[in-house]
Design a protein around this ligand. Structure first.
Ligand SMILES: Cc1cc2nc3c(=O)[nH]c(=O)nc-3n(C[C@H](O)[C@H](O)[C@H](O)COP(=O)(O)OP(=O)(O)OC[C@H]3O[C@@H](n4cnc5c(N)ncnc54)[C@H](O)[C@@H]3O)c2cc1C
Length: 382
C-alpha cells in the first residue's frame, strides 16, 4: 500500500500522466509510492480503454507473472494467459488499490513548456499546469489504413481490425484479412473457427512465427534472456528454433522468412505467437495470399495474382502513435513519429517530459512499462 504520510498533498503542481492504460497507471502508482502527486488524465470514461475495445478472444501472449504492474501482481486465478476481460478487471482494481487520482473524459491536445513547468491544453478549454508530464497515450493509438489505390471506389465491406469483436457477423462469408501480425493472424483463426465460409490472409512480408510456449517454457522468457545479446547471434538461434518448432509451410504459400527474427524485431516487427495459425494454414482452412495492391469497386487486386472479390476485408494494418499534435512542435519525435527517448530519460530540450509505452520490445510491453514506471518515478522524485 502507498505510504500516505510521505505524500506531499500541498503540492499544487502535480505530475500529469496522460492516458489511463497500463503504462499511465503504472507510472502514477510508482510516483504515488514515492510520495509524488500524480494526476492521470484520460480521454475516455474509464481506465483500460484500449483493452475494453479489443476483440473478444484476445488473451495476453505474455504470461500473467511477467505482465503485472508495480505494486500489485495479477491474481493467480486469471491463469497463465490472461483474458481481455481479466486485463480490464486488473486495471480497474489497480487504479482502486493504489488510490490513483484519475480524471476521465479529459483529452489533452497540446503540451507547452512554461518556464520549468508544463502547460497542458485539454478538452473543454482547460489549461493545466504541471511540474512534469508523462505521455502514456499508447503505441496503438490511431488505426492505420494504407492509402491503397482505388480504395475510395471500393463497394465491399471494409473495416480496420480495431473494429473487429468476434466472428459472428462473418459466418458464411468470404473474408480477406490483410496483414499477418499477431492481430491479423489471430483474427484469421477466429474467423475460421467462427464459421466464415472462406478466410484468406494477405501477407506482404513473411512473419516469424513462434510457439507461445514450448514444453512449458514461454517464448517471452526467451525474449527477455536474449534481448541484450548480439542481433546476429539471436537471428541465428531464432532461425534454428524456427526450423525445429515450426513446420515448413512453403507449400501453403508461406515460406520461411528471409531476414532474422531479431533483426525484424529491431525494425519494429515482433514475431507472431502461434494461437492456431500454423494448423489453420496446414489444413488449408486459412489460405495465404500475396499482398494487397489496390482496390477497384468490388474487387481487390493481389500482387502477381488475379483480383478477388471477398464479402469483407479486415485490415490488420497497425496503428500510428499520433503524437504530432501533442508534442510534434517540441522536436522530441523521430522521423517515424516515435519519441526519441523513453523511460527515465527526458529529451534534452524538454526536461520534465517523459514517455512510456512507445517501444515494442520482444520481452513484452507490460513488463517494459512496469520497469519504465519505476525508473520514471525515481527520476521524478530526485
Ligand atoms: C491486440 C493487442 C494485444 C496485445 N497483447 C499484449 C500482450 O500480450 N502483452 C504485452 O505486454 N503487451 C501487449 N500489447 C501491447 C501493449 O501492452 C498494450 O497495447 C497496452 O495496452 C499498452 O498500454 P499503454 O498504456 O501504453 O496504452 P493504451 O492501453 O493504449 O492506453 C492509452 C490510454 O491513453 C488514452 N489517451 C490517448 N490519447 C489521449 C489524450 N490525448 N488525452 C487523454 N487520454 C488519452 C487512451 O484513451 C487510453 O486509455 C498488445 C497490444 C494489442 C493492440
Amino acid at each position: 500500500m502507498p505510504d500516505h504520510r510521505a505524500m506531499d498533498l500541498t503540492n499544487d503542481r502535480p505530475v500529469y500522466v496522460i492516458g489511463a492504460g497500463p503504462g499511465g497507471l503504472a507510472v502514477a502508482a510508482a510516483l504515488r509510492e514515492r510520495g509524488v502527486r500524480a494526476v492521470v488524465l484520460e480521454k475516455s470514461e474509464s481506465v483500460g480503454a484500449s483493452w475494453r475495445g479489443h476483440y473478444d478472444r484476445l488473451h495476453l501472449h505474455t504470461t500473467r507473472r511477467l505482465s503485472g504492474l508495480p505494486g500489485l501482481p495479477m491474481p493467480r486465478r486469471f491463469g497463465r494467459w490472461v483474458s481481455r476481460d481479466d486485463v480490464v478487471r486488473y486495471l480497474e482494481k489497480y487504479a482502486d488499490f493504489h488510490e490513483l487520482e484519475l480524471v476521465t473524459g479529459v483529452e489533452v491536445t497540446r503540451i507547452e513548456p512554461a518556464g520549468s513547468d508544463w502547460v497542458l491544453h485539454a478538452s473543454g478549454g482547460r489549461l493545466l499546469t504541471g511540474r512534469a508530464v508523462v505521455v502514456a497515450t499508447g503505441f496503438n493509438h490511431t488505426p492505420r489504413l494504407p492509402d491503397w489505390p482505388g480504395l475510395d471506389t471500393y463497394t465491399g465491406e471494409l473495416l480496420h481490425a480495431s473494429a473487429y469483436r468476434d466472428a459472428a457477423p462473418y459466418a458464411g462469408k468470404d473474408v480477406l484479412v490483410i496483414g499477418a501480425g499477431n492481430t491479423g493472424a489471430e483474427i484469421a483463426v477466429d474467423l475460421m473457427e467462427g464459421g466464415a465460409a472462406r478466410v484468406r490472409l494477405a501477407i506482404r512480408t513473411v512473419p516469424h512465427i513462434v510457439r507461445r510456449s514450448t514444453a512449458g517454457w514461454p517464448a517471452q522468457r526467451t525474449g527477455i534472456l536474449v534481448r541484450r545479446l548480439p542481433v546476429r547471434l539471436v537471428d541465428k538461434a531464432g532461425g534454428l528454433m524456427g526450423r525445429i518448432s515450426v513446420p515448413d509451410l512453403s507449400a501453403h504459400g508461406l515460406p520461411r522468412p528471409d531476414t532474422g527474427l531479431y533483426s525484424r524485431v529491431r525494425q519494429g516487427a515482433i514475431p507472431v505467437q502461434d494461437v492456431g495459425l500454423i494448423d489453420a494454414i496446414r489444413s488449408g482452412r486459412v489460405e495465404v495470399v500475396t499482398a494487397v495492391e489496390s482496390f477497384d469497386e468490388s474487387k481487390v487486386a493481389l500482387a502477381g495474382g488475379s483480383p478477388i472479390a471477398p464479402d469483407t476485408v479486415i485490415a490488420a494494418t497497425g496503428y500510428t502513435r499520433a503524437l504530432e499534435p501533442l508534442v510534434g512542435h517540441l522536436g522530441v519525435l523521430d522521423d517515424r513519429g516515435r519519441p526519441l527517448v523513453h523511460g527515465a530519460r527526458a529529451p534534452k530540450q524538454a526536461p520534465g517530459l517523459y514517455f512510456t509505452g512507445f517501444t515494442n520490445p520482444i520481452s513484452g510491453m507490460f513488463r517494459e512499462m512496469a520497469l519504465d514506471a519505476r525508473k520514471i518515478a525515481k527520476a521524478l522524485s530526485r
